[in-house]
Design a protein around this ligand. Structure first.
Ligand SMILES: [Zn+2]
Length: 284
């Protein structure tokens, strides 16, 4: 059976920093892995040294994503062509092309098109709080949930491609044990876990308070090096070193897995932890 996995995400780097191990692992196992990316990450500041040879931030970040995609072994990357939004309150969110300014139905129809095009059995996206409450992540989560529900319905967008319904939907969830360790370690290193990231607008403490269930855990140790290489492609975004080198090393030693909440099929009470997102997938 040929297997296809589709990740629907918001920015260049989301594919490597959050679930790069999973994507690389399945690609290496011969699964066709595709990425739909909502924006080119065009908003924000970038050190001049990263702009050499590029006209715009979007060009630079697209190049970083292509580099990561090659490392991860992705079969295809599609852009939804929206514009990156900022954190809540940012003026960028008012831009007419901003992802968060689009009606949910429009983005969902766009995602549904790619579900019908690549026909994945398994779809992955962000959790309902978008990992760390980034508005673009939340918008992509909502659009993907809607698209997953509707892509298989022939009357939905009948002029688009033939209806196709994937079999499983997962949300990537933050590694909670690692988060809690980070929150304890960061003050010791003089850093405030309530204000992290390039713009100091990510609050790890509030994120750690939300505890989504883990239904699948993917051990990516066989491809840990590939994940790191893909992350390193995103040099303008810190190359996956959010939290600094100490935490990055800690993650490599203790947390070489990525965790997912299963949204569909709805988990049964007492279901056993899955170690393969394709568990139970059947040929159709
Ligand atoms: Zn992102």
């Amino acid at each position: 059976m040929s297997k296809t996995l589709l990740a629907v995400l918001a920015h260049p780097d989301d594919e490597s920093f959050g679930m790069g191990g999973t994507l690389a692992l399945y690609a290496r196992r011969g699964v066709d892995v595709y990425l739909v990316c909502g924006t080119r990450g065009e908003v924000g500041e970038m050190d001049d040294k990263y702009m050499r040879g590029f006209n715009t931030i979007a060009e630079r970040r697209e190049a970083e994503l292509r580099c990561a995609a090659e490392n991860l072994g992705l079969k295809g990357v599609y852009f939804l062509d929206y514009r990156d939004s900022g954190m809540p309150g940012s003026p960028d969110n008012q831009h007419p092309k901003a992802l968060v300014a689009q009606p949910l139905e429009t983005v969902a129809a766009n995602v549904s098109h790619y579900i019908r095009l690549v026909k994945p059995q398994v779809v992955i996206t962000f959790d309902p709080i978008g990992g760390y409450r980034h508005p673009d992540h939340i918008a992509i989560h909502q659009a993907t949930v809607r698209a997953f529900e509707q892509a298989g319905d022939p009357p939905y967008n009948p002029n688009d491609l033939e209806a196709y319904k994937p079999q499983k939907l997962y949300y990537h969830v933050m590694p909670h044990a690692l988060l809690r360790v980070a929150i304890r370690l960061m003050p010791l290193m003089g850093r405030d876990p309530r204000h992290i990231g390039v713009n100091k607008d990510i609050d790890l403490v509030s994120i750690a308070e939300v505890n989504f269930p883990t239904h699948a855990r993917i051990d990516y140790r066989p491809v840990a090096k590939i994940r790191d290489e893909a992350s390193a492609c995103h040099a303008s975004q810190g190359g996956g070193m959010m939290g600094g080198p100490v935490l990055t090393q800690f993650r490599r030693w203790f947390a070489s897995n990525e965790t997912y909440m299963r949204a569909y099929p709805e988990p049964q009470r007492g279901m056993r932890l899955e170690h393969d997102l394709f568990d139970g997938v059947v040929e159709k």
